[in-house]
Ligand binder design. Structure first.
Ligand code: NAD
Length: 270
């Protein structure tokens, strides 16, 4: 078979489609990074990667047990768990207190999705909670850390949009509208703060195997997303998103500002 002459024993043990994380030791050394949603999924994978690359992680989640489990998984890392609701001003104050003055980076990853509700079924309560977490939580934390970044003349922020920020989505009207708002929040801030040394980018993940993604696999999810399911790519593990997010967040992303980076294996190109 073509290429067979280049195969070695390692290739035989590592299937071509299996991705192996390669950390960059020390990439976040000396840096304090706030990561929201650090108790699960993409946030946890990102917080873990930053901690394993030497950063001090202010790990934020609304769930104390999830945070405890995460912190216990990396006993030697510099992790400061903060159980807080990012929609709540006392929660924002607790995060800022724990982080101290010098915040180098903010990864806004906490987010929620409802049951993929169309507009004629969405309740005010669902709409408001989805916007409170996905949009206002992101905005409130940015507003809290930007003054310190402006004073120091540097900083990096990565927000979490979605494939649902790029086009109409089966993810539901509130979620899709909220992720479009995250894109606007990101681009507008990049434009305003770029000259002051602060980069603001967003990732737009395709399907990732997490609690949120499990909803698509439910019976209700299957009914609601029949069409989209036909073209959904295979979901990836959260580590693959952490690779994209830490790239934008770190100095490796030095010249990148204001992008909405699809991290979806090419789905957005369809
Ligand atoms: P997840 O449910 O596994 O993790 C989200 C975490 O955020 C949870 O630990 C939850 O407790 C926390 N959280 C929720 N509300 C909070 C609040 N008010 N304050 C603090 N923490 C709160 O989900 P995930 O899939 O890892 O999602 C992470 C982000 O990625 C979300 O913004 C989501 O919209 C986005 N996203 C996910 C996918 C996917 O396929 N999983 C695709 C596109 C975008």
């Amino acid at each position: 078979e073509a290429g067979e002459e280049f195969a070695d024993e390692d290739d035989a043990e590592t299937p071509a489609n299996e991705w192996v994380e390669q950390t960059t030791p020390g990439r976040f050394a000396g840096k304090t990074i706030i990561v929201t949603g650090a108790g699960s999924g993409i946030g946890r994978a990102t917080a873990s990667r930053i901690a394993r690359e030497g950063g001090r992680v202010i790990a934020v989640d609304i769930s104390q047990p999830r945070l405890d489990e995460f912190a216990a998984s990396l006993p030697d890392a510099d992790i400061v768990p903060v159980a807080a609701d990012i929609t709540d001003y006392s929660g924002i104050a607790a995060i800022v207190d724990a982080a101290g003055q010098a915040v180098d980076g903010l990864a806004n990853i906490a987010g929620i999705m409802d049951d993929m509700t169309p507009i004629h079924e969405v309740t005010d309560q669902v709409w408001q909670r989805v916007f409170a977490v996905n949009v206002e939580g992101t905005m409130k934390l940015m507003r809290a850390v930007v003054p310190g970044m402006l004073a120091r003349g540097r900083g990096s922020i990565v927000n979490t949009a979605s494939e649902a920020a790029l086009r109409g989505s089966a993810a539901g009207v509130a979620y899709t509208a909220s992720k479009h708002a995250v894109a606007g929040l990101t681009k507008s801030s990049a434009f305003m703060y770029g000259p002051s040394g602060i980069r603001v980018n967003a990732v737009a993940p395709g399907p990732v195997i997490t609690n949120i993604e499990a909803k698509f696999a439910s019976e209700l999810g299957a009914q609601r997303v029949q069409h989209a399911m036909a073209i959904l790519p295979t979901p990836v593990m959260p580590d693959q998103l952490a690779a994209s997010i830490t790239f934008l967040l770190s100095d490796d992303g030095v010249n990148i500002n204001g992008v909405l980076l699809p991290s979806d294996g090419g789905w957005s190109a369809i």
